[in-house]
Design a protein around this ligand. Structure first.
Ligand SMILES: Nc1nc2c(c(=O)[nH]1)N[C@H]1C(S)=C(S)[C@@H](COP(=O)(O)O)O[C@H]1N2
Ligand SMILES: [Mo]
Length: 262
């Protein structure tokens, strides 16, 4: 409560400064203030404060931090399955994924079957973001792909759809019931987030096998295990109770948190 009062006063003071003739026009006026100016510090503080308040208010639609090329220090560190040993995958890979299709189905009005070339012809987004793995390492890379929201617009989700499930082509485990393929899910809010993309490129090159060729999802405000690689099929569902062990993902079935936010 005390903190809220402070924020409100700081904001009101900033507004008062604007009214008394100091009009800030974007960064120019801001940068014109000398760097040791206490006014500048005060304004920077207020700016930070409003930004943090905005983020709080914006909640799940807030953007993940984006970086610059200079922040990319190494190739994207591969983790989990890095070379699927599955026959179907290996044969698709051997023909450069020309026979691969992204199937989109489930609770949709219009199921889709898209080639890699069709996905690459759609509007794309490129973002330099930090990947955080639950195991405790991070890596900054530049990802390029199709916003998932565009695919959802094309396929037209039915009103009862709540989750997007990514079915992968790699076998992550073998149990008594046979091969277990990697899978994962996010809800439609995160699926429509502006930084949620189906990536086919990393650091200016086609996505290599180790990072999920031909297609992997990026959900930038969540942990690495929430970003399935080697995607073959996307299914819209109202519940994931009947998929895998019913917890919404391979790692979730093994005890990890479903949301995995960072
Ligand atoms: N299909 C599939 N997707 C996956 C995994 C996997 O083993 N198989 N591992 C997950 C984990 S734990 C992480 S940290 C990231 C690793 O992505 P990277 O290899 O591009 O770094 O992929 C995630 N997506
Ligand atoms: Mo991970």
């Amino acid at each position: 409560m005390a903190q809220f009062k402070l924020s409100r006063r700081a904001l009101l003071k900033t507004a008062a400064l604007g009214g008394s003739g100091l009009v800030l026009s974007g960064c120019d006026a801001f940068d014109g203030l000398s760097s040791d100016s206490s006014l500048r510090d005060f304004l920077a503080g207020a700016n930070n404060l409003t930004y943090r308040m905005q983020r709080l208010l914006a909640g799940r639609s807030a953007l993940a931090e984006e970086f610059t090329e200079a922040d990319i220090r190494q190739p994207q560190r591969p983790n989990g399955v890095t070379a699927p040993d599955d026959e179907t995958y290996k044969s698709l890979l051997s023909s450069g994924f020309s026979d691969w299709r992204l199937e989109v189905g489930g609770l949709v009005e219009r199921p889709l079957s898209l080639s890699l070339a069709q996905l690459q012809a759609m509007p794309s987004r490129t973002q330099i973001t930090r990947h955080d793995c639950v195991e405790g390492w991070s890596c900054i890379a530049k990802w390029t792909g199709v916003p998932l929201s565009l695919i959802l617009d094309e396929t037209r989700a039915k009103p009862q759809a709540r989750y997007v499930v990514f079915h992968c082509m790699d076998t992550i485990d073998r149990d008594i019931s046979g091969d277990v393929k990697y899978y994962g899910s996010i809800d439609l809010i995160d699926a429509r987030h502006p930084q949620t993309i189906l990536a086919y490129g990393v650091n200016g090159k086609p996505l290599p096998v180790e990072n999920g060729a031909p297609l992997r999802v990026r959900v930038e405000r969540q942990l690495g295990y929430k970003m399935p690689k080697y995607i073959g099929r996307i299914e819209l569902v109202d519940s994931f109770a009947a998929i895998g062990q019913g917890r919404g993902g391979y790692w979730e079935d093994n005890g990890y948190d479903w949301y995995g936010g960072i």
